[in-house]
Design a protein around this ligand. Structure first.
Ligand SMILES: NC(=O)c1ccc[n+]([C@@H]2O[C@H](COP(=O)([O-])OP(=O)(O)OC[C@H]3O[C@@H](n4cnc5c(N)ncnc54)[C@H](O)[C@@H]3O)[C@@H](O)[C@H]2O)c1
Length: 365
């Protein structure tokens, strides 16, 4: 184990803050890394709640002002786990101060914000990464590897869905995810962003044009007016000639976190559903699909964990993300997905919104 340490400060301590804390805590225990992260500062807005989070999650100190966090010499990495309305401001300030930045997705709430973040990343000697964690699910990483090896041949179809059901009840209150000024968009940016990134990552093709529609089924909730989409659907043209269909919704009753993706190529197909995240289904044509249990030591990331068949969970994808981020920092290379990749997803989100509003096909700018 290395003696080289690196100081981490994290902003936001709720859902993503808890998951990221778990990753920072465990990554050195399972992976042999060139840098050992030290969980120095956790930052929230209210003193008492941040202090409680600090104790539970294992951080050294608690602060209530992210600017103070960024000004500290003992912080080398800033981990942004806040809603999208604060990503750009925190990331740009942290990069200007020479801190490495890992930022939750979607990168920003608008394309201009994302452009400013990419410019800040390019101007800084520090490294930056956007946290599309699903790339680091072993089955998804394996899917990407199989496509890159040519096992599917020429990819013709990309079919992706991200289905949840947590706001089917019209009495569910108006949380920040349902407010455009805080979240940027609804199902589209929250979960649609994940399938856009996963589809591009697995297929090796970029989305170059879209035709979309969005819907808000419940416009008024306890707490006020919903200003984002509840569901977003679009079809897409991709850079390698494939066509794609995408669906992101929070109204798929009974579906909890069904991130599904299927690719059909000239030689074969593959299928993944996060609700059975240790499995990848593959087909070479004639005999339908067969299951690969993605728990073998030679599968991506798996060798660091448990014996075959002892499955991994949601949190492991974040540990893998942190591992890759630390290795990139140590090697002086750009982590993937970079802020530029995050901007590319943001441009697709914007094109879908514009297409839905105008009722016509839009190229992704
Ligand atoms: N990668 C994933 O799978 C995944 C899953 C969920 C959320 N996210 C993303 O993570 C981000 C956070 O989402 P979440 O679900 O953790 O939200 P959350 O509501 O659970 O937590 C947000 C946290 O940010 C804090 N916060 C808000 N504004 C702040 C500010 N100005 N300064 C300091 N702290 C502030 C809140 O106190 C809270 O601790 C969003 O960008 C979201 O899209 C990613």
């Amino acid at each position: 184990m290395t003696d080289r340490t690196i100081g981490v400060g994290m902003v936001g301590y709720a859902f993503m803050g808890r998951v990221h804390s778990q990753a920072w805590r465990t990554v050195s225990a399972f992976f042999d890394l060139p840098l050992r992260p030290e969980m120095r500062v956790i930052c929230g807005r209210t003193k008492e709640a941040t202090e409680t989070a600090r104790r539970r999650m294992g951080w050294d100190e608690a602060l209530t002002d992210w600017r103070e966090l960024i000004s500290r010499d003992d912080i080398d990495i800033v981990d942004i786990c806040t809603p999208g309305d604060s990503h750009a401001e925190i990331a740009i300030a942290a990069l200007a101060a020479g801190k490495h930045v890992i930022c939750e997705k979607p990168l920003a709430n608008t394309v201009p914000e994302a452009v400013s973040m990419v410019e800040a990343a390019q101007a800084s000697p520090a490294r930056s990464m956007v946290a599309f964690n699903y790339r680091r699910v072993p089955a998804v990483a394996l899917a990407s590897r199989l496509v890159a090896e040519g096992r599917l041949g020429t990819i013709r179809h990309v079919r992706a869905q991200y289905l949840q059901d947590w706001i089917v009840d019209p009495e569910y209150p108006l949380v920040w995810r349902l407010q455009k000024d805080k979240a940027g968009s609804g199902a589209l940016g929250d979960i649609g962003a994940h399938i856009i990134d996963a589809a591009q990552f697995i297929s090796g093709q970029r989305i170059v044009g879209v035709s979309g529609l969005t819907e808000t089924f419940v416009r008024d909730r306890p707490g006020g007016r919903v200003t984002v989409d509840d569901a977003a659907l679009f079809v897409a043209r991709m850079s390698g000639g494939a066509v794609g269909s995408f669906e992101a919704t929070r109204f798929a009753t009974g579906r909890k976190n069904a991130l599904r993706i299927e690719l059909n190529g000239s030689l074969g197909s593959l299928y993944f559903d996060f609700e059975a995240m240790n499995e990848l289904w593959v087909s070479s044509g004639d005999e339908g699909f067969t299951r690969i249990l993605v728990t073998e030591p030679d599968h991506p990331y798996v060798g660091a964990w448990w014996p075959p068949g002892h499955g991994l969970g949601y949190e492991h994808s974040f540990t893998h993300e942190i591992k890759d981020f630390l290795e990139a920092i140590a090697q002086g290379t750009d982590p993937s997905p970079s802020f530029a990749d995050g901007l590319r997803v943001q441009q697709v989100l914007a094109a879908v919104e514009e297409s839905a509003a105008e009722g016509r096909y839009k190229e992704v700018m």
